[in-house]
Unconditional design. Sequence first.
Length: 263
Amino acid sequence: PCNLRPAELTLEEIAEKYLPGTPVAVGKQTGRVTGCSRGRVGVEFDDGTQVGLVPQNIRILSEEEAIKGSFPVGSEVVIHEKGTVADCARGRIGLIMSDGTKRGVVPEQLQKLDDEGLDTAFPVGTKVLLVDGNVPATVTGTARGRVGIELGDGTKKGVIPSEILREDSQKGLLRDFPIGTTVQVASLRGEVASHSRGRVGVELEDGTVMGVLPCNLRPAEMTLEEIAERFPPGTPIVVGTQTGKVTACSRGCRCWGGSCKGC
């Protein structure tokens, strides 16, 4: 037995086991599968963070676990539905919903679908990549909150903005997330290892490597050791318009000009 290990899943087995929408857990974080590509599983966590992981780092949740994780008791929620305005009367707006039902709501409950911002973000002719599979495509137009794209084989489809990335975003990655930078993905800490097709490759402290969208990254918070190393006693500093010198570091604070103020 000590010389045995479970066989690695084939690409077909991964795609069959991790269907889009499957509830999963990675450590203490929960989310759902967005797709599979090149032996990796795309996962969108409940906080919106999107990552690409190898199957060994993912645990499939039961439906009850997924619901409890995403919607704990006491959570405030919003129900999203699309509809068309039919009339206005007595301070309320009459809607015909996508399933044909009718309902009246107050204006504060509505958000108008606006394509103006999409036209600016994705002008016609813009080269983009589908997040799921890194498939190249060209923008053909925008309508009703969706972006129309044409794939290399001539296939046309409409996608939501979060499903695509501009190809020119690669230049921004090199500037904002140089290799070796320490970053955080949600509560996970790691180091930038590579850039590819609009994603940042991050190696976590446990050795896991994931591909992350730039919008889901932020600079890592400094550890106490890093703070002490960066701010040794005597370092001249500026806080607003005041100047001073570091006296010591403790509990993550950066004291200056005197004793610790409890920061």
